[in-house]
Design a protein around this ligand. Structure first.
Ligand code: N01
Length: 648
């Protein structure tokens, strides 16, 4: 059988090949060599990754063995080039399985086989597309108009997938551009904390300039997707959804939108897909006197580029991922930066965090057949289930500051990193080691930039809590009055206020937020009882702390949503409503899972919990489990609803 991917022929010289191979991820390279030669000995020899060292970028392969692997690859690539860049038949399924085992350095548990095989897409399939709408007449599809709310990562994905099945839609977007959180967060230094080869749509590869790209690059990627897939013309920009109402007569939705100062307008929809994101509605803290400050004050998610910080005294409130990224930038401009820290973050060291991808790596990713696929796969594995065990609670563990022996080891490693980096500044180190267990909050990815900034003479960290904001600055509980020119709130987002500030009325006219009563819940993060044909992407309990990428979740969710739409069209029903029993049982299982994770423990506060302390954000299980849960809807979990009156 032919291999599924086309690559440009190799024309590089021996020296160019040699130079490119220096940048290779050797385990992925050895696996790719099987595709070029048909020879399984490349993954059966002694150049092999070691399971226990999977977090090492080269899987623990010693440098001398890496060099041997590169030398073998040089010979293979030369022969491939000189033979006209022709690939042998594709490896058999059993061989692919063996290559998978090789790459992740351990026998893949049986139940992972299907999942990993699909994620690989080795036959050229689109792993997260809906398997088939065959048999659904075009007229039925065309009559099923969907309103998508939001044109960020999830909304664009929804549009691309609906287009593939010829289902019409309109996207309502509050901003003037696509990109969602990547449009909203424009603070200096903003970048992704998930490596881009997995933080990207599975079907849309990109020549990423960085391992972890900056916000402008991410925004460009989503703009590129909107252009390439012809989405733009179906987006109503600068338009907000005021409300959505399920009309019980027609079993359809009426969505009330407003553009600018215009009059409200109602759009009818067979289904509504909410893709509103979680990290775009700033959360300003309830600190006394906040409104009284006379100078400029703004939130990190609403950066005031018109305010020149040069020579100013700036207060930064909060030390989460946002502050972590912009503090080094503003420290170069401001006269003085004072950081008000309530809780320090755990930092995961990553030396290449802001580094560009070397040319050799670009070349390998674009020219060596199947290298990119295996590389993405190895990252996927390394960033998925590997970390989960270290943040799982051992109920018999009693040491404060950790939740298990593995978590304690993680704590020691991360503490040693901080101790090393701040060895020369005991005053900073004293307040830099978090008391909560690693994994209790999202870890920040660090290449030393933030800690270097803290050591600057014009930067100071204070742990004296803020008592109030005054017209001129900050008054602390310790009694200090500090004067500032500018206040920057890096205090996060209203992530647990799902779908706010829209009003969403379901069966019986019940408003969704009243129904939730402060605790957002959904079945598989997607369906809510009493709200038929309302599907939420990145909804309740679909966020992750240590494993995977939110794009993986969105792709799984959207395949499930298409499964629902297909069910409706095949059965000829108007709407489907998830059964309360299925929803409740599912959420009990989610709660039980979260109670056993570091972020669910009682001493930890974060944006993952709602004000009552309930974990409304996080998925507590493996990626395999989410993939399995969302493969396809089970009709037994839903009631199907007919229209009582004809649709106008
Ligand atoms: O917000 P946060 P963020 N007084 O909620 C503090 C994603 N993200 O914008 O921990 C004083 O994490 C609060 O203190 P505490 C990422 O998923 C990703 O930084 O509550 N301080 C905390 O220090 C991230 O998790 C990227 O004690 C107050 C900070 O404000 C999420 O967005 C980059 C306070 C809020 O931290 C949110 O990150 C940026 C008060 N009254 C963001 N109230 C990347 O991809 C709150 N705080 C890298």
């Amino acid at each position: 059988m032919e291999q599924s991917e086309a690559y440009p022929p190799i024309t590089a010289s021996d020296d160019e090949l040699r130079a490119a191979l220096e940048a290779a991820h050797v385990p992925s390279l050895m696996t790719a060599l099987v595709h070029l030669t048909g020879d399984m000995s490349h993954v059966r020899g002694d150049i092999r990754p070691i399971a226990a060292l999977f977090q090492d970028p080269q899987g623990g392969i010693p440098p001398a063995d890496q060099a041997r692997g590169r030398a073998i690859a040089l010979d293979v690539l030369r022969a491939y080039r000189d033979g006209g860049s022709k690939l042998p038949p594709r490896p058999s399924d059993a061989e692919i399985e063996e290559m998978t085992d090789y790459l992740i350095g351990e026998g893949v548990p049986r139940n992972y086989k299907d999942f990993l095989h699909a994620e690989l897409g080795m036959e050229g399939q689109d792993p997260y597309a809906h398997p088939s709408f065959e048999g659904i007449p075009m007229a039925a599809r065309q009559g099923f108009h969907v309103v998508i709310i939001g044109a960020g990562m999830s909304g664009l994905l929804a549009a691309i997938r609906l287009d593939q099945e010829h289902i019409p839609y309109t996207i309502i977007e509050k901003n003037g551009e696509v990109g969602g959180t990547w449009w909203q967060n424009q603070y200096p230094g903003c970048r992704v904390d998930n490596q881009n080869h997995i933080y990207s749509y599975s079907f849309e590869t990109y020549d990423w300039p960085y391992w972890y790209s900056s916000q402008p690059v991410l925004l460009e990627y989503f703009k590129h997707c909107a252009e390439k897939y012809g989405i733009r013309s179906k987006i109503r920009f600068n338009t907000v959804v005021d409300s959505a109402r399920f009309e019980e007569g027609t079993a359809r939705w009426s969505v009330t939108v407003r553009t600018g100062d215009g009059a409200p307008e109602v759009i009818e929809a067979a289904a509504v897909i909410s893709a509103v994101g979680q990290l775009n509605r700033p959360r300003l803290p309830a600190i006394d006197g906040r409104e009284s400050f006379r100078g400029p004050a703004f939130h990190s998610g609403e950066w005031r580029h018109d305010i020149d910080l040069t020579g100013k005294r700036v207060a930064v409130i909060g030390t989460g991922a946002s502050a972590f990224q912009f503090v080094p930038h503003i420290a170069e401009q401001a006269r003085e930066v004072v950081i008000f820290q309530r809780t320090p973050p755990w930092m995961g060291p990553q030396p290449v965090y802001r580094q560009p991808i070397p040319n050799g790596k670009h070349w390998l990713l674009t020219h060596v057949p199947f290298y990119r696929k295996w590389y993405r796969f190895s990252l996927f594995w390394r960033s998925s289930e590997g970390m989960l065990k270290s943040v799982t609670v051992d109920p018999n563990w009693t040491e404060p500051g950790s939740v298990s022996a593995a978590n304690q080891r993680m704590r020691q490693t991360l503490t040693a990193y901080l101790t090393r980096e701040l060895g020369d500044r005991p005053d900073l180190l004293e307040h830099a080691v978090p008391q909560y267990p690693p994994g209790g909050k999202r870890m920040v990815v660090d290449d030393g930039n933030y800690l270097r900034a803290l050591k600057r003479p014009n930067v100071r960290v204070t742990v004296d809590p803020i008592a109030s904001i005054t017209p001129t600055g900050v008054h602390t509980r310790g009694g200090a009055d500090e004067a500032f020119d500018v206040l920057i709130y890096a205090t996060g987002f209203q992530a647990s206020a799902f779908l706010m500030p829209m009003a969403v009325y379901g069966i019986g006219g019940v408003e969704l937020h009243d129904h939730w009563a402060g605790t957002a819940r959904a079945y598989k993060g997607i369906s809510i009882p009493g709200y038929p044909n309302l599907f939420t992407l990145y909804g309740p309990n679909t966020n992750i702390v240590v494993n995977g990428s939110t794009i993986f979740f969105a792709e799984c969710e959207m395949r499930y949503v298409l499964g629902c739409i297909r069910l409706l069209l095949a059965r000829g029903n108007a709407s489907m409503d998830v059964l309360p029993q299925a929803h409740d049982t599912y959420n009990e299982w989610i709660d039980a899972g979260n109670a056993l994770m570091a972020w669910g423990t009682s001493g930890v506060t974060s944006w993952y919990k709602n004000p009552d302390g309930h974990v409304t954000q996080n998925w507590p299980y493996t990626l395999l489990e989410f993939w399995t849960q969302t493969r396809a809807p089970d009709p037994q979990d839903y009631t199907f609803i007919e229209a009582r009156v004809p649709v106008a």
